[in-house]
Ligand binder design. Structure first.
Ligand code: ZN
Length: 133
């Protein structure tokens, strides 16, 4: 079962909580035990799992990555968004979450974030639900 989550980012660097949308896909799948794979098709966006309770954490992560990899004219890539490509490789394009009792097996404070590094843009995340064999 393959699904897509469409995301519209508003900032150049932004973490967007997509946990509820992934949970809804898992719920509708009817799978009680298995795994949920998430994958972005973008070269300047990523997926991560981190604290969802305090919105300051997602802002700190996006802000720190922006300071860690600044827009730098000395990059070779002509599009001028090499910082976005580097941040994407640091975070990575995918995550896997265990499904148990029909729900994502996440820690109390964990949430799934789409990471925008070259927004604002319209994006999508592929969600593959795989039941236990
Ligand atoms: Zn580029």
């Amino acid at each position: 079962m393959l699904h897509y989550i469409h995301v519209s980012s508003r900032d150049r660097n932004e973490l967007i909580d997509i946990t509820d949308r992934v949970e809804e896909i898992v719920r509708q799948s009817g799978v009680s035990s298995g795994v949920c794979h998430l994958f972005t098709f973008h070269t300047t966006a990523a997926v991560t799992i981190n604290e969802g309770a305090d919105p300051a954490v997602r802002r700190d992560i996006a802000g720190f990555l922006a300071r860690l990899v600044p827009v730098d004219a000395s990059f070779s890539h002509g599009e001028g968004n090499s910082d976005s490509h580097v941040k994407t490789s640091l975070v990575g394009p995918s995550q896997t979450v265990i499904i148990e009792e029909g729900r994502l097996l996440l820690g109390t404070w964990q949430a799934i974030f789409f990471c925008e590094f070259d927004g604002p843009r319209a994006r999508k995340v592929a969600v593959k639900i795989m039941p236990d064999p």
